[in-house]
Every structure is written in C-alpha cells, then in structure tokens.
Design a protein around this ligand. Structure first.
Ligand code: ATP
Ligand code: MG
Length: 405
C-alpha cells in the first residue's frame, strides 16, 4: 500500500496555551530527530495533530521509529485524496483491499471538520459502504466492535483515509519535564529506570562510573551500548564516564569493611550531583528498588542520600525484580544487561556489607578521607560521548562471548 502520509495524534499533551505549544514543538523536534536519516520526509506539526508527508518513504520504516517516541497517543498511515466522492470511493477501496482480510468485520467511520462539504457523515458512510460491497466479496459490517475501521476524515484541505490505528508509546515528549542525570550501570534495573524517566518527559544524560584496570573496556562498552538502546527513545544521549578507581582503592585501603559499600555509594551520588550541577540538570535518577540488595534498604538510602539535597528519583523503587525484567525485555535492554561483564561495584563489594548502616558512622568514616581531592580528581577525568540510537560498541565475536559465558 502506498501511503502518502502519517497522521500523528498527540497524547496527554493536550493541555492549553504556552505549555501546549512547547509540547508540540518538542514532540515535533523529537520525531524529526529519530527520523533524521529519511531526507524525503516533510513534517507539519499542527495544534491538534502532526502530519508527516512520506514522499515515497515506506511507512513500515517510519513506523518502527515512531513507535518509540513518547508523547504520541496514536498514529495512522493515511492516503490523502481529493475532495470528491469518486476519489473517496476509489481510495477507500484501495485501502480496504490492502488491509481487509477474509473473515474480518468492518465499519466505515467518517468525520468532518469541514461542515460545508457536499455530503454529511452519514451519507459518506453509506455511499462508501455501498461502493465497497459492490466491489469486494466477503464483507461483513459490524457497528459495535468491528475488526477494521475505515476512517475517512473530511478536512478543508483534503480528505484522509486510513484503516490502521497504531497505539503510540504514550507518556510525554522527552525534554518537556526538564533535564536530569541518570546513574547508569551495566545491570538490568538502571536501563529500565532510564526508560521510565524518558517516558515522563525527562531528558537524561547518563553518568557511568568505571574503574580501570579493575573493570575492562568491554564493561564500559556494554554500558555505552545500553545507552544506545535507550537513545531509540530520545534521539541521542550523552554518556558521561567518571573514573572511580582511585576512590575505590582509597576507601578499601582506609575504611572498615562493613562501610565500604555505603561510602562508595556516597561518593557515587556526590559525583553524580557534581556532574548534574555542571550539566544543568535538576535531579538525579537511579535504578534502586527497595530491599533488592544491601545498598537498597531504607537505612542504606538514608546513609547514602545524605550527601545531597538534590531530588533523587527512583522510577523502579517499588517494582519486583520480575516486573523490572519484563519491562527490560520489552524495551530491548535485557539481553545485553545480562551479559556478564564486571561492574565497578561488584569488584570492590565487601563480603558482608552492612544492610543497616548508621548515618553518623558513615559521615565519620568518610571524613577521614580527602573528600574534595578525590572528587576533584574524578571530575577532572570525566569523558562525554554522544551516543546515537543502536550505536554499537561491543564487537559481536562469538568466540569471545563464549569465553565470557
Ligand atoms: P542495576 O541493575 O541498575 O545495575 P542493581 O540492582 O545491580 O542495579 P546496584 O548495583 O546496587 O543495583 O546499583 C544500584 C543503582 O546504583 C543502579 O541502578 C544505578 O543507578 C547505580 N549504579 C550502580 N553502579 C553504577 C555504575 N557503575 N555507574 C553508574 N551508576 C551505577
Ligand atoms: Mg548494578
């Protein structure tokens, strides 16, 4: 089927005034960003919907990308036709022939925004249905729950016909809720938390702690590749790598075993906050879930969160691991997340971390270190890499993979 356009209907952003304008502009920019490599497309954002003129680009290719853009409620591939009954009938037949399958029920559903058009909605419904019956076999109409709805929209400029309505990703356009830094590890939870933050319209930059030579280049590449999968939902994501070895070595050398994990996490959050400040973010996001591991008890959160007053958002905080895994599979990060590369936290993980650390002790131990020096040196070593959708960093050498498994 040669569709001429895609009609994009907005979701929750149907608010008023300046906000609405901002929503539409953001959404339009985000859509154009994810479709950057289709030069023939033409974009027309309007107040109630957006039209993407295809100029020969196959709808299927656009569909794949659009399905991941937040802020879209539904979208349809449509055929635009002239404002005559003959053209409506011809096009309706063409669209039906391409999408109707034997055994389906159907219904014609006309809407007019041009109320001066020669025929009213009932007349169009009836005339088009009659024309279809004349020209096709096995048709069965059903008004309440049809399998296929042939939508005919009569507008001032033209008529749009479609029989496909696709549910969009929902949520809010990325960027409408401001910017935050996301603490991205190579695990299962933080990519899911990233997805949920993007879905609510938060523009994120990834902060990733790495500890060479204890963690390998491959572990770093894996985290970058995860950011690439998430970039499908936002267009491009900056990945900020923060060197963490000196801090971990110092903590391990100087502090008691039971507090290694708590103090490491305090430094991570402290650094994430520094990066946030530098990059103009409003919040920090992580993938913590209550009770999942020792660092994620409420007592640990109290002892760790103490280093900053910046809001720390935890999108998966009350989700079960199985729920998080389901979502990880849905968004396409799970298979990569479970590849067994070392993480900086596991390398220096104490045998018996305190599950109920005391805030005053955490503060006291940490104060024995040169906090400012350690933080400044880590900040001096940060590297920012812009990452595009599905960008690859790991080589897919099966022998190497086999060795790791
Ligand atoms: P994940 O699956 O996201 O790795 P997890 O259950 O393994 O989570 P932890 O390793 O305890 O949990 O980490 C808790 C959170 O701390 C992570 O979700 C992430 O937000 C942050 N974090 C952990 N390691 C790193 C890292 N190397 N770089 C950036 N953030 C990290
Ligand atoms: Mg982890």
């Amino acid at each position: 089927m040669n569709y001429t356009e895609v009609m994009v209907r907005y979701g929750e952003l149907s608010t008023k005034g300046k906000n609405r304008k901002d929503f539409i502009n953001r959404l339009s920019n985000n859509i154009q960003k994810v479709l950057y490599d289709f030069p023939d497309l033409e974009f027309h954002p309007r107040h109630d919907r957006m039209h993407i003129v295809l100029h020969g680009t196959p709808f299927e290719e656009v569909d794949e990308r659009l399905s991941k853009v937040f802020g879209i409620q539904t979208y349809s591939p449509v055929v635009k036709c002239e404002r005559t009954l003959e053209k409506i009938e011809e096009t309706a037949l063409e669209v039906m022939k391409a999408t109707f399958k034997t055994g389906m029920t159907f219904k014609v559903n006309c809407r007019r925004s041009d109320h001066k058009f020669t025929y009213d909605t009932n007349e169009i419904n009836q005339k088009v249905a009659a024309y279809l019956y004349e020209n096709m076999d096995n048709l069965k109409a059903e008004m309440k729950h049809p399998d296929l709805v042939l939508r005919i929209e009569v507008r001032l400029d033209a008529i749009y016909i479609s029989s496909v309505l696709i549910k969009g990703a929902g949520g809010m356009p990325v960027g409408t809720a401001g910017k935050a830094v996301m603490m991205l590890s190579g695990g299962i939870d933080s990519p899911v938390a990233s997805y949920l933050a993007l879905k609510r319209g938060i523009d994120i930059e990834m902060v990733h702690f790495f500890s060479p030579p204890y963690t390998s280049d491959k572990a770093l590449s894996k985290a970058k590749e995860l950011a690439g999968i998430l970039a499908n939902y936002s267009g491009k994501i900056n990945f900020i790598a923060v060197p963490f070895s000196e801090i971990q070595e110092t903590i391990k050398e100087k502090l008691p075993e039971g507090y290694l994990m708590t103090i490491q996490r305090r430094f991570m959050l402290h650094l994430a906050d520094k990066v946030r400040e530098k990059r103009g973010g409003l919040a920090i996001i992580n993938g913590e879930s209550v009770g999942q591991v020792a660092s994620q008890t409420l007592e640990s959160m109290v002892a760790i969160n103490d280093v900053t007053a910046t809001p720390v958002l935890r999108p998966v905080v009350t989700m079960d691991k199985t729920e998080i895994i389901d979502l990880a599979q849905k968004i396409g990060t799970f298979d990569l997340s479970i590849k067994p590369f070392e993480d900086c936290c596991t390398i220096f993980a104490p045998q018996r971390p305190k599950t109920k650390p005391h805030l005053d002790k955490a503060r006291k131990y940490e104060a024995e270190l040169d906090i400012d020096g350690l933080i400044d040196r880590a900040m001096a070593g940060i590297q920012v890499t812009p990452i595009l959708p599905d960008q690859k960093f790991l080589q897919n050498k099966s022998a190497e993979d086999a060795e790791l498994l």
